[in-house]
Design a protein around this ligand. Structure first.
Ligand code: GLP
Length: 232
């Protein structure tokens, strides 16, 4: 597995260009012969913001046939809470681009999320960040390879990392809904991006170390269409 290093701006531009290529190709085929709609798996956190900025200014792509599936959401925050992932997506992408449908996993219907994804033909491109403990989405260390979308108790490490977005650490939700490892591995193509020196060690461990539930991102080594980027 090769980790590609480049500037954050170049990585975001490359990924957003690839997304636009896919969306244009699928949309054209969909119009001609009822081909499946393009589907995107979207991540939150600071890492994908640059990708969303790039996508927002791509004027030559029409996303109105595209279906989006977000990876995860906090339990207990409503969609207009400034730290909810619904709100994050509105702020960084959904106010700028119109999609056909946008889905988030929620406690009600958590068991149906994977079926919903499959009903739309699976995820064509999945964007992923990585937590400092090796988590992907909210799949914390110890999550089994075969996990589907589920409710998870967040670890102390993740609560601490994410507390920077909240007024105090007590305000960080203790649970989230998240696509599982299996849900993520089913995506047809995955772009994993790690930004910042504090992510370098865990990214290398995930990509070159043992494949183990203790480092959930390490399962991605088994994906046959994964591209990994590091930007400092
Ligand atoms: C959260 C999200 C993850 C994300 C991680 C890293 O925990 N659930 O999907 O990858 O944060 O976020 P950041 O990109 O801000 O470092």
């Amino acid at each position: 597995m090769r980790i590609r290093s480049n500037t954050y701006q170049k990585v975001c531009h490359l990924i957003s260009s690839n997304i636009c290529d896919l969306v244009r190709r699928h949309s054209a085929l969909y119009l001609v012969k009822g081909y499946e709609k393009p589907t995107l798996g979207l991540a939150t956190g600071s890492t994908p913001i640059g990708i969303y900025q790039e996508l927002s200014i791509m004027k030559n792509t029409n996303f109105s046939d595209t279906i989006t599936f977000n990876l995860d959401e906090y339990v207990g925050l409503n969609g207009w809470h400034p730290q909810s992932y619904n709100y994050f997506m509105y702020k960084h992408l959904f106010t700028n681009l119109t999609f056909k449908k946008r889905f988030f996993p929620s406690v009600n219907g958590v068991d149906l999320y994977d079926d919903l994804i499959e009903a739309y033909g699976g995820i064509d491109i999945q964007i992923l960040g990585i937590g400092t403990n090796g988590h992907i989405a909210f799949n914390e260390p110890g999550t089994p390879r075969e996990s589907k979308t589920h409710v998870v108790d967040l670890t102390e490490n993740t609560i601490k990392d994410n507390s920077r977005f909240f007024d105090s650490i007590e305000d960080v939700p203790k649970q989230a809904t998240t696509m599982g490892i299996e849900s993520i591995m089913r995506a047809k193509r995955i772009y994993l991006v790690a930004q910042g020196k504090h992510k370098k060690d865990i990214l290398e461990k995930a990509m070159y170390g043992d494949i183990t539930p203790e480092v959930p991102a390490s399962f991605l080594q088994e994906h046959d269409n994964l591209k990994v980027f590091y930007c400092d």
